[in-house]
Design a protein around this ligand. Structure first.
Ligand code: BG6
Length: 522
């Protein structure tokens, strides 16, 4: 049993988030202009920024696509969706003004003439401001060739003092293994300076994720206990209730949960919660510390993979009375596929701070709840005193006392909670678990920005702190590659099945060391 104590930092602080603004005129070209990400995240995110007055007076958004639209029909295509997916409600007039900044460029990614044509359009400085961002939201196989065509066409140059420099944003996945990520990095960095490259991991744009750094390093009381002396283990969970949304099966089946979520999002969360204090808040100072964590993770040996990594796939079942098809029967998924939709791993960060502390990571589709959280479970306090407590004729019960757990709730219900043992109000000495609970929406009266809004703002303002550097991406693949290799070489390694609407297979529970269990399974 546990009691909740709600922590209010003060009375709810009414919401004006300081407004930052992109101050340079800017053009944003989106390759993949008719794609899902553009419709669901990028344009709705830009609309929200526009509505808040954060975009410059002079900005142009160009959707680049192969399909046969012109600007009018492209705007019409986007019309309903952009508004539907945006978290802000804007008036018709305001929405119209926003749409006036959008145009369409019909082009072919394989044809250099399209890039030359784009360059020609950019000569019209009235319509296209000089500072440019190219957003690569296409199939990953195009990333290298688009950048090379942008360079050849003169649309992107290396930075020069005094001139606005162009930036290139690269969506995930960045490579499908270490070698392909390395090759792509080599190609990109032959053509561009690292400072111009923004590799997206949208988890880094989530408000609570950013708060991990402030929480750890702007408070004196937590950091001294963030180490192997006090911490028993750390858990990172990203569970989803969705399965394969329409058309996603084809991509997902080639990726699987390990590549899709763990290589990027989960390892990034692990970095933020375990890294050393950075020397400053500049992008590279933070990224230097994150890369050190990744380099300190012991790449799993074949034995580690067998003992410490669990893969599983959802079977057919029923959730809330609705029938759910098995992953193998999802649309655009090959029959008999052995791609994992769930993965759990026990990793070790072998440095002075964390040696010997298990780091448990898990992610899956079709699980019980949609929840992303990081929990730091502390060691059990020495109980000698309690064991020898003489209680004679009274009740003294410490059996419900549990270890302290500090949880960062990344989504939904963003917040931070700390569980602790407390004496239950009574004449007897009975200890139970209680919880201090901080919720963003109870403390601040503001809407949290969507991750893509934050990231788009940072790209436009030239701040790369929340984007992954080339060495980080490679260091993350160094951890994941041995797992992929071993699964490929030893297909007999079990692929567990789990019921949809659950927390995954039993094997994931058994991965935990004695005395530990996945928390927050509500
Ligand atoms: C994406 C993955 O990166 O993250 C998806 O490709 C996943 O498979 C998504 O559904 C989850 O993001 P969020 O923000 O909803 O937790």
């Amino acid at each position: 049993m546990s009691a909740n104590i709600h922590v209010r930092t003060s009375d709810k602080k009414a919401g004006s988030v300081p407004v930052v603004k992109v101050d340079q005129p800017l053009t944003l070209v989106i390759f993949g202009g008719t794609g899902d990400l553009t419709r669901r995240k990028l344009l709705p995110g830009l609309l929200a920024l526009f509505d808040r007055g954060m975009l410059p007076e002079q900005f142009a958004i160009v959707g680049f696509g192969r399909r046969d639209y012109d600007t009018d029909s492209y705007r019409a295509l986007m019309a309903g969706e952009v508004r539907a997916y945006s978290r802000v409600v804007v008036s018709d007039a305001r929405y119209e003004t926003f749409m006036q900044h959008i145009s369409y460029f019909k082009g072919d990614l394989d044809n250099m003439d399209s890039f030359v044509g784009l360059y020609e359009q950019f000569k019209d400085v009235e319509a296209f401001p000089a500072s440019k961002v190219f957003y690569l939201s296409t199939a990953p196989s195009y990333f290298g060739s688009i950048i090379s065509s942008l360079r050849k066409a003169g649309l992107v140059n290396r930075p020069e003092a005094g001139k606005p420099s162009s930036r290139v944003v690269i969506e995930k996945p960045f490579g499908h293994d270490l070698q392909s990520a390395y090759d792509l990095n080599q190609k990109v960095l032959r053509l561009l300076d690292e400072s111009q490259v923004y590799r997206i991991d949208h988890y880094l744009g989530k408000e609570t994720v950013q708060n991990i750094i402030s929480f750890r390093f702007a408070n004196a009381i937590f950091e001294p206990v963030f180490n192997s002396r006090y911490v028993d283990h750390i858990q990172v969970t990203a569970s989803e209730t969705v399965g394969m949304e329409s058309g996603r099966g084809a991509y997902y089946d080639k990726a699987g949960g390990l590549r899709d979520m763990m290589q990027n999002h989960l390892l990034q969360l692990l970095c933020l919660v375990t890294m050393e204090p950075p020397s400053g808040l500049a992008a590279d100072a933070i990224r230097n510390e994150k890369v050190k964590v990744l380099q300190s993770v012991r790449p799993p040996s074949p034995e580690d993979v067998e003992q410490n990594v669990i893969r599983a796939q959802y079977a057919a079942g029923t959730v809330d009375g609705e029938p759910i098809v098995a992953y193998v029967n999802e649309d655009r998924v090959p029959a008999g596929t052995r791609t994992e939709t769930f993965v759990a791993a026990k990793l070790f960060v072998e440095n002075w701070r964390w040696a010997g502390v298990p780091m448990y990571l898990r992610t899956g589709k079709r699980m019980k709840n949609k929840a992303t959280s990081i929990s730091i479970q502390f060691k059990v306090p020495p109980l000698k005193f309690f064991r020898t407590l003489q209680c004679d004729d009274d009740i003294c019960d410490f059996s419900a006392s549990e270890p302290n757990v500090l949880t960062f709730w990344i989504s939904p219900n963003e917040g931070i909670s700390l569980s602790f043992s407390a004496k239950r109000p009574s004449m007897q000495l009975v200890v139970e678990n209680a919880k201090m609970d901080f919720q963003y929406d109870e403390t601040w009266d503001v809407d949290l920005p969507e991750a893509y809004e934050t990231l788009l703002m940072d790209i436009m303002r030239g701040d790369s702190t929340l984007f992954t550097r080339s060495d980080e991406v490679e260091a993350a693949w160094r951890i994941v590659d041995p797992i992929l290799d071993h699964w490929r070489d030893r297909p007999e390694i079990p692929l567990h099945l789990y019921e949809p609407g659950t927390w995954g297979p039993l094997a994931a529970k058994e991965l935990m060391h004695e005395g530990a269990a996945w928390v927050n399974e509500e």
